[in-house]
Design a protein around this ligand. Structure first.
Ligand code: ADP
Ligand code: ADP
Ligand code: ZN
Length: 217
């Protein structure tokens, strides 16, 4: 199965993708995570991306399309993948379609997570993750079962993203509005858009997504 999770920053794409990947043996492909890894590694791509990411602006289409094109060719993607944070522009969406069409393939579903602006800001500023395994958490909405200990791997080391601050949120929301929201229309016209109420608790959103996937042809 090949899925896209679409929605503004903080909508819950990563959270749902992480769960879906685990439960359905799919690979989660987060361009944000891949770019952060490139920044950390100090690679050429990372150096180019860092300033834009810190400001909350999008990295160029060529760079992210190149990353995804290479990644989906790897054998572990054969069983399917979940795109989380890609595509983010119409050009990226078109490039993805071309990539898949050349293999006679297409995305099975695009799931749009709908969340109000104020809630997004709240989610972004309270977001953190396990520094060891990447499991996502939130100061209020998703705390580890034992305080300060990762549920998944037991690590006591956590990180917050440099761009998860109130200052960059506005720029990131504008980038979403300007560049990414047109994709809702794009996939609507392709007939594979499914909207989910992303305001509901994490488990309820997961159920709503599972319902959609169960009804796919
Ligand atoms: P969020 O989860 O808050 O939506 P991401 O982790 O997906 O954020 O992305 C973080 C940053 O990485 C973005 O603000 C942008 O600078 C860059 N980025 C990630 N994916 C893409 C993409 N598909 N196209 C362009 N830039 C991207
Ligand atoms: P995205 O990948 O779309 O930017 P995340 O999945 O990282 O968003 O979620 C942003 C923050 O909100 C995280 O700290 C996460 O734990 C929390 N979160 C995700 N989904 C929900 C939800 N349905 N209700 C409350 N908090 C949520
Ligand atoms: Zn962990």
């Amino acid at each position: 199965m090949k899925l896209i999770l679409l929605g503004p920053p903080g909508a819950g794409k990563g959270t749902q993708a992480q769960q879906l990947a685990k439960n359905r043996n799919l690979i989660q492909l987060s361009t944000g995570e891949m770019l952060r890894a490139a920044v950390k590694a100090g690679s050429e791509i990372g150096l180019k991306a860092k300033a834009l990411m810190d400001k909350g602006e999008l990295v160029s289409d060529d760079v992210v399309v190149g990353i995804i094109a290479e990644r989906i060719e790897k054998p572990d993607c054969k069983n399917g993948f979940i795109l989380d944070g890609f595509p983010r522009t119409l050009q990226q969406a078109a490039a993805l379609d071309t990539m898949l069409a050349s293999k006679g393939d297409r995305m099975d579903a695009v799931i749009e997570l709908k969340v109000d602006y104020n809630r997004l800001v709240e989610r972004i500023v309270g977001r953190y993750a396990c520094a060891n395994c990447g499991e996502g958490y939130h100061d209020r909405f998703k705390r580890p079962k034992v305080r300060g200990v990762c549920d998944v791997c037991g690590s006591t080391d956590f990180t917050r993203r440099a761009d998860d601050n109130a200052e960059t949120v506005t720029t990131r929301m504008m980038a979403y509005y300007r560049e990414t929201s047109p994709l809702i229309g794009y996939y609507f016209c392709k007939g594979n858009l499914h909207a989910v109420d992303g305001m509901a608790p994490i488990e309820e959103v997961a159920v709503a997504i599972a319902d959609i996937l169960a009804k796919l042809p």
